[in-house]
Structures are given as structure tokens and as C-alpha cells.
Write a protein that binds this ligand. Structure first.
Ligand code: GLA
Length: 389
């Protein structure tokens, strides 16, 4: 795999270099396009250093660019989406995800900005569950509950780069991680991959695969914080949201689902028709932090959400094979974190739409199963599609 990876890097360098070389010696008859515009016509994937972890492990920053200039930066530390630049209705690019300019920001601790979350995204009540008659105890890192994979979840490990390439249609980065048996209390060695693909059709596709050698539970997601007006650029209360979900899973004070699946009808939870996020947010305590039950039921790639930001005209649609999505409105952001470009992240400065299986599913027999058996393959896909209007 290593050889293949190196080979791919070489290919990428060729893809990136060829148009660059051409640019230096333009033919006299060649139209005088702006250098940026010209660069933006090439699908590319490349690698640079992003520093070292405290243990001395080298970490990289990968950049995927498409022919329309969309650009995703990803680090293999936590398989984190570091930035995502997307055009507005006038073609101006802005980075629409919260995060940090340097690795140090991520190492210092943060609320999962852009991170790949696992082995189990979201909460497991009382940090325990039963599987095949055995009780497994997990790290309790959110009061008495387990959150986002525990103390050192998949967001804080170094992923191994496996593939990096670009062709005419897409630019791709694949990373892998082996979570050992008993890591954070979970049973089984779990071999996982996450693949980011930026397509020529302005989609960022994130796909996950996992296999285990012992019966376990798996729920992987991406925890990007979006602000379609540009990261750090005010709150997201004026963003218009539509969710393809008639029902949600109500929670107790610890944000653990009660097990009920309730209709959103006649409540501030209803986003079945486009509504600004802020229109009823005051009726839901600190803000939204709820799992919606997608009408698709999961299993096939289906439209889960659409978000429109009126000042920039940016639209993001989310398609997923997952049965649920967590709407989280940055309720715990409090201005104490300074992110990219010196921007201060305040309450409701971003929203997350974390595609997932429902929280606490290992303890809720009526929720779709999250159990993975040896010999089975866990595969899920989520697509973020960008456009403007
Ligand atoms: C998820 C949870 C929230 C919060 C954030 C991280 O979205 O549902 O309650 O923990 O992650 O701060």
C-alpha cells in the first residue's frame, strides 16, 4: 500500500505540475486568463507538512481542488476537514467551516471541528452497553455518558494516508486507522477507512468503511461546523434549513434519547419546509442538539438536508445513506476559541449536520442496529453538494 501511495503522490505531482509548467511559458496566442482562474481549471490533490504531534508523529495537510475552484483541506490528524472553500453567487470563495490555521489549535483541544468521529459518534447512555450477554464499559467523558468515541476518539488519532490522486472527474484522499480491541472500552479490532472525494460537480463526498474481528458497535460521522456566510462571519440563525425528516428522537437532560420517536409536527423541531434556524430556536432551550429520523430510513443515498444562506446565496445539500442526522447549532461555542484568521467563535456561529445512526442505539433495541459482526462490512456515504441561488 505504501508503494502505491508513493506512486500516487508522484502521479499527483505530475497532474499538479503539468499545467503549472505550461503557465510559465504561455504560447503567444494563448488567451490571457488570470493565473488563479487558470489554476482553478485543474483537478488536483497534493500534500504538505502540517507539523508533528507531541509524540513526534508527522502529520500532513492534504488539499483537494476541483475545476470550479472548490478546495478542501484535510489533515490525517483526526482525519479532520480543516477548511472548505466554496464560491458564493458572485463566484467569490470563502472558507465555510470552523477550525484552526495550524495543527496546534487542534492539539490544544476543541469541540470536534471538522473531525472524523468514532468508534461511536454521539452519546451512549451511562457509558455502557450489552452485546452478546457481555456488558462493555466505556470512558465516561460527558458527565456519566460516553460522547464521540471517548477520551481519545478517532478525532485525536493519526490516520494513515492510503491514497491521494486526482483525475478529470475527482480528487481523492483515503486514510485508514486500526482501532484496537478494548480501545476506549470497545470490543474488537476495528479496521476503518475514511475517504474524502471532491468531484467536478461541486460535491464533497465522505465515505467510511470498517471491519471487525469481534462483534462490536460502529457509528462514524464527520463533525464539521458550517457557516455558509464564511467561517467566523456572524451567527447562523438566518440560514434557511430544510430537513427531510418527519420525526426526531426526544432526549433527557443528559441528551440521551428517551427511546420515543416523535413527530415534529406543530413544534419548533419541524424543518420539513424551509425555515430559518433562528425562527424558533428560543423555544428549544440552548438551541438544537437533536437527532432527526430521516424519512429515507437509511440504506440508500437520499437527500437529508438543504441549507441556504441568503446573503451569499450558498446552498449546501446533504445526501446520506445513514438513517439519522444530528442538528447541532453550536450551542456550546462561547467566544473562548479563536480560530482561522483570528476569528472568534461565539454561540450559534455554526451549525453541524452530523449524519449518523441514532444516539444510544446500543441500548435502544427499537432503533436501527449499530452492531457489526466479523465478516460484515460497514459502509456509509455522505455527500455535501454545493450550489448557489
Ligand atoms: C455533538 C453533540 C453536542 C456537543 C457537540 C460538541 O454535536 O451532540 O452536544 O457535544 O457534539 O461540542
Amino acid at each position: 500500500m505504501k508503494t502505491r501511495f508513493l506512486f500516487n503522490i508522484v502521479l499527483v505531482v505530475m497532474v499538479v505540475c503539468m499545467p503549472g509548467c505550461k503557465k510559465k511559458t504561455p504560447a503567444p496566442t494563448e488567451p490571457q486568463a488570470k493565473p488563479e482562474a487558470k489554476e482553478a481549471r485543474v483537478m488536483s490533490a497534493n500534500e504538505e507538512s502540517f507539523g508533528k504531534t507531541p509524540e513526534g508523529r508527522e502529520v500532513n495537510l492534504y488539499t483537494l481542488t476541483n475545476t470550479n475552484g472548490l478546495r478542501a483541506k484535510i489533515t490525517n490528524y483526526g482525519a479532520i476537514l480543516v477548511s472548505l472553500e466554496v464560491p458564493d453567487r458572485d463566484g467569490n470563495l470563502a472558507d465555510i467551516t470552523l477550525g484552526f490555521d495550524a495543527l496546534e489549535g487542534y492539539l490544544a483541544g476543541h469541540p470536534y471541528f471538522g473531525a472524523t468521529v468514532g468508534r461511536y459518534a454521539n452519546r451512549i447512555g451511562k457509558a455502557r452497553f450489552m452485546l452478546d450477554g457481555v456488558e462493555y464499559e466505556l470512558a465516561a467523558n460527558n458527565g456519566e455518558n460516553h460522547l464521540h468515541g471517548g477520551i481519545k476518539g478517532f478525532d485525536k488519532v493519526v490516520w494513515r494516508p492510503e491514497d491521494l490522486w486526482a483525475n478529470d472527474n475527482e480528487a481523492l484522499l483515503k486514510m485508514s486507522y486500526i482501532s484496537e480491541d478494548d480501545e476506549e472500552g470497545y470490543p474488537g479490532n476495528l479496521a476503518c477507512t475514511v475517504t474524502y472525494t471532491l468531484t467536478k460537480d461541486d460535491e464533497l463526498k465522505i465515505s467510511y468503511e470498517a471491519e471487525t474481528d469481534k462483534t462490536t458497535v460502529v457509528n462514524l460521522t464527520n463533525h464539521s461546523y458550517f457557516n455558509l456566510a464564511g467561517q467566523g462571519n456572524g451567527d447562523i440563525l438566518g440560514h434557511e434549513l430544510t430537513l427531510n425528516a418527519d420525526r426526531y428522537t426526544p432526549v433527557d437532560e443528559g441528551l440521551i434519547p428517551t427511546g420515543e420517536i416523535r413527530s415534529v409536527k406543530d413544534s419548533p423541531m419541524d424543518f420539513t419546509l424551509p425555515m430559518t434556524i433562528g425562527s424558533r430556536i428560543e423555544q428549544v432551550g440552548d438551541g438544537y442538539d437533536h437527532n432527526y429520523v430521516l424519512n429515507s430510513g437509511g440504506g440508500t443515498l437520499a437527500l437529508a438536508a438543504r441549507v441556504y444562506e441568503p446573503t451569499s446565496g450558498r446552498v449546501m445539500e446533504i445526501y446520506t445513506t445513514e438513517p439519522g442526522v444530528q442538528l447541532y447549532t453550536g450551542n456550546f461555542l462561547d467566544g473562548s476559541l479563536t480560530g482561522k484568521g483570528g476569528k472568534v467563535y461565539k454561540k450559534h456561529y455554526a451549525f453541524c449536520l452530523e449524519t449518523q445512526h441514532f444516539p444510544d442505539s446500543p441500548n435502544k433495541p427499537n432503533f436501527p442496529s449499530v452492531v457489526l459482526l466479523p465478516g460484515q462490512k460497514y459502509t456509509t456515504v455522505t455527500v455535501h453538494k454545493f450550489s448557489t441561488r
